[in-house]
Design a protein around this ligand. Structure first.
Ligand code: ADP
Ligand code: ASP
Ligand code: MG
Length: 404
């Protein structure tokens, strides 16, 4: 079998963990498998590098940020190759340049465009365990890019797709995908399977166990994807086309604390205002999530919306620069908010799901600031300090801890 195995930061955090992973890799290699390994930076390396950059220039260019952040992954792959070689087995580490992982030029959030399999196949043919940097890409101009926080998952799935691997295993610090973040909801239950669509929603709504783009790619190329623990031997969660085992009304609860709310108060109530505001943000590559527009009063109205917290300051800046165009009375913002969402394919055909969710929040006396719904998810915006209580209450209300 050809298997792509990805290990996250916690799984390679120190020498002992690296040796533990090396042993597991060798075990699988000895079973006759061809192995491609994708690694993240060790532990908090990426965060530490960001801090280092901020000490020098808090407004550093995105190109240089990527040049810096991509080094974390390069350390991991070299160390892993050394660990495997020490165990007496052949291994080689490669970075994005060495296996031509081409991406677009959106520094900090680049998308993979193509990967050449030549070098990787060559190394596999030499019987090497091939260890590749996650998170890294290169653009056509020959610069290093990174794929966005959590992007090593996407590197792994992209490699599995292009190499036509039999399996892509994502090893992490939990033993699978749960009905909610097990660190927040103690009663969260491990799912044996989840569909690509449901996983994609969960990932997009803040469940960082898988990078959302990795799930998109897995669906597109039908990659056999498993999430499992690097520390235990538990069976993981299979992410696949249709989940037949558990077809539930609500499959999971996701919490996203990395969002902020912006409100433009006292805008003129006339056609084109929303278009102008949101096209300006789009032009500046700022994605907007939940949007709320108030009912007009005396030819005035308010528009509020959420952005990721990383985009808060850039969004405020461009809006302020265009103050004259929009003619608002006040520009407000709040970064102490969180989005709590429920996801489930069964929701589309069932009414009453939203009211059950709102009842759970009412029982806990938690105020809802904004609501957004789609066929398979409902999200509410709450005060950040209420987020964990909200997630637990909703999880309890839908009895997600019980196997249906
Ligand atoms: P890695 O470094 O291995 O990529 P991450 O920290 O990116 O690991 O992702 C794993 C974390 O995702 C877990 O520690 C857990 O707290 C969080 N998480 C959020 N939602 C879920 C969920 N539904 N199921 C499992 N883990 C989740
Ligand atoms: N090291 C990167 C990060 O911390 C990528 C990853 O871990 O997937 O976001
Ligand atoms: Mg991750």
């Amino acid at each position: 079998m050809l298997i792509v195995k990805k290990f996250g930061g916690t799984s390679v955090a120190n020498a002992e963990r690296i040796l533990n992973v090396a042993n597991r890799l060798v075990e699988s290699y000895k079973e006759g498998n061809k192995i491609v390994v994708v690694l993240s930076a060790q532990g908090d390396t990426t965060d530490d590098l960001i801090k280092k950059a901020n000490e020098i220039n808090s407004n550093a260019s995105k190109r240089e940020m990527d040049m810096l952040l991509s080094t974390g992954e390069q350390q991991s792959v070299a160390l892993m190759a050394m660990a495997i070689q020490k165990l007496g087995y052949p291994a080689v580490s490669l970075n994005a340049f060495q296996c031509d992982i081409y991406s677009n030029s959106t520094y900090g959030n680049a998308r993979i465009k193509s990967i050449s399999t030549e070098r990787i196949s060559e190394e596999l043919d030499k019987n090497n365990i091939v260890i590749i940097t996650g998170f890294q890409g290169i653009n056509r101009g020959g610069n290093v890019t990174t794929l966005g926080r959590g992007g090593s998952d996407t590197s792994a799935v992209a490699l599995a797709a292009i190499l036509n691997a039999d399996l892509c295993e994502i090893y992490t610090d939990v033993d699978g995908v749960y009905t909610s973040d097990p660190r927040i909801v103690k009663k969260a239950r491990k799912l044996s399977e989840i569909s690509y669509d449901e996983m994609l929603e969960l990932a997009s709504l803040g469940a960082k166990v898988l990078h959302n783009r990795s799930v998109e790619l897995a669906k597109k190329y039908n990659v056999n994807l498993v999430v499992r623990s690097s520390l235990t031997r538990e069976e993981g969660t299979i992410v696949k086309e249709e989940s037949t085992v558990e077809k539930m009304l609500v499959n999971g609860v996701a919490v996203d604390k990395d969002i902020s709310r912006i409100a433009l108060v006292g805008l003129k109530d006339q056609p084109g205002i929303a278009f102008n505001v949101f096209s300006l943000l789009a032009k500046n590559k700022i994605s907007v999530d939940i949007i709320l527009q108030s009912i007009g009063r005396e030819d005035k109205k308010d528009i509020s919306f959420t952005v990721s917290t990383a985009d808060l300051n850039p969004a405020l800046e461009v809006i302020e620069k265009n103050k004259n165009r929009f003619n608002y009375e006040k520009l407000l913002h709040d970064d102490k908010v969180a989005k709590v969402s429920i996801v489930g394919a069964g929701m589309a055909t069932n009414s009453g799901v939203a009211s059950t969710m709102f009842e759970a929040l009412y029982d806990e006396n938690i105020n809802i600031k904004m609501i957004s719904t789609s066929e398979i998810k409902i999200s509410v915006l709450v005060t950040e300090k209420d987020a964990e209580r909200a997630a637990n209450a909703i999880h309890e209300k839908f009895r997600l801890d019980e196997i249906k």
